[in-house]
Design a protein around this ligand. Structure first.
Ligand code: HEC
Ligand code: HEC
Ligand code: HEC
Ligand code: HEC
Ligand code: HEC
Length: 218
């Protein structure tokens, strides 16, 4: 099938919903809380996670504070102790998902750090002794109809910080700093300097590919 035909086939239902959204937008102002409830344009939080945990769906609210089971600190570990991001998020360079570390990664050090009278470390030890994984709550979660791949971005030279913010300078548990909406993806695809560096004379062609609907909606 030609690329164009494939794009059109994909785009038809997608375009219909875009039109519906535009129509809807012309009738309501998305900012008022009441209308947000009817159609949450700014934040999707439509599907409760099967576990009952609170998981955002799609575009996210960067101001929302998510409670984690342990008050782990990125500032301390990635900042003060200078542990590299990829020591814990081992898959970022290799896979679609960056992944959150198993308890074993923590215990490599925490078997020897004294946990007495330190409730957060006692919790960590508890999970380890019971043989349970720590039930970290997912902070970022794109809807399933979007294709995103860490490996392609990280190996192209896009830094974690460009998408996740000043993790080691300012964050205890991770927060969202980017909207993760489509405009955010497209804006960077249009402007990121690595494309010129990595593709040279082919850069414009690559940029055209990077805004094709099929790149992100397979
Ligand atoms: C490379 C070693 C190392 C790894 C890996 C590591 N930590 Fe730590 N962690 C430390 C050190 C060192 C401290 C500071 C201990 C101190 O202040 O005495 C610390 C402190 C902590 C504290 C703060 C304790 C307090 O009361 O202030 C928590 C909670 C914690 N770590 C959780 C974790 C979790 C969860 C993981 C795995 C995701 C992890 N750590 C991985 C070395 C590590
Ligand atoms: C181009 C932007 C971008 C870059 C660069 C990037 N991330 Fe991500 N990251 C995302 C997006 C978007 C998600 C949500 C993915 C999803 O829900 O499918 C995410 C999710 C994650 C998650 C949650 C688990 C997962 O894989 O879904 C972790 C952990 C993470 N990123 C860590 C990192 C680390 C560490 C780096 C650097 C080595 C990095 N990211 C680089 C955009 C980026
Ligand atoms: C010692 C291990 C460790 C190191 C080092 C580390 N992280 Fe994390 N990271 C975690 C843990 C544990 C979580 C889950 C708790 C949370 O969300 O804060 C996490 C969560 C995240 C998330 C959110 C994942 C989600 O659910 O969407 C991002 C993004 C992230 N880390 C980025 C980074 C970046 C960027 C660095 C380097 C500057 C880094 N991390 C260094 C252990 C680590
Ligand atoms: C900070 C900049 C930046 C942001 C934000 C960003 N990207 Fe990218 N993206 C890139 C760059 C640079 C490339 C080109 C990588 C290459 O080919 O060298 C790329 C390439 C891609 C590709 C092509 C991979 C392939 O296999 O051809 C996909 C898919 C993609 N991005 C999806 C997304 C999605 C979805 C989002 C938003 C959730 C997003 N990107 C946000 C910089 C970004
Ligand atoms: C670089 C990646 C990327 C490209 C290219 C892209 N999209 Fe998206 N799209 C996204 C992301 C991420 C979302 C989910 C976030 C959101 O809802 O804004 C999304 C969401 C959507 C939605 C659902 C909006 C909603 O509110 O539920 C539609 C419809 C859509 N895209 C249509 C298109 C069409 C048509 C094209 C081609 C002209 C296209 N997209 C190209 C990343 C992309």
């Amino acid at each position: 099938m030609s690329q164009l035909k494939r794009t059109l086939m994909l785009a038809t239902p997608v375009l219909a919903s875009v039109c519906a959204m535009v129509l809807w937008n012309s009738q309501v102002q998305a900012d008022s809380p009441a209308e947000d409830e009817a159609f949450p344009l700014a934040t999707h939080d439509l599907l409760p996670h099967p576990s009952g945990r609170h998981v955002a769906f799609g575009r996210v609210d960067p101001n929302e504070i998510i409670e984690q089971p342990i008050q782990y600190s990125h500032m301390l570990h990635a900042g003060t102790l200078n542990i590299q991001c990829e020591y814990c998020h081992t898959m970022a360079r290799k896979s679609i998902h960056a992944g959150v570390p198993p308890t074993e990664t923590c215990m490599g050090c925490h078997k020897v750090v004294d946990a007495t009278d330190r409730p957060e470390l006692e919790k960590l030890k508890g999970y380890w002794e019971r043989g349970e994984e720590i039930p970290w709550v997912k902070v970022h979660d794109l809807p399933d109809f979007v294709y995103f791949n860490h490996k392609r971005h990280v190996t192209a030279g896009v830094q974690c910080e460009e998408c996740h913010g000043q993790v080691k300078e300012t964050m205890t548990v991770a927060q969202r700093v980017s909207s993760l909406n489509m405009g955010w993806c497209l804006e960077c695809h249009k402007t990121h300097p690595s494309v010129d560096e990595n593709y040279g004379a082919q850069a414009e062609l690559r940029r055209a590919e990077m805004k094709d609907c099929y790149t992100c909606h397979k």
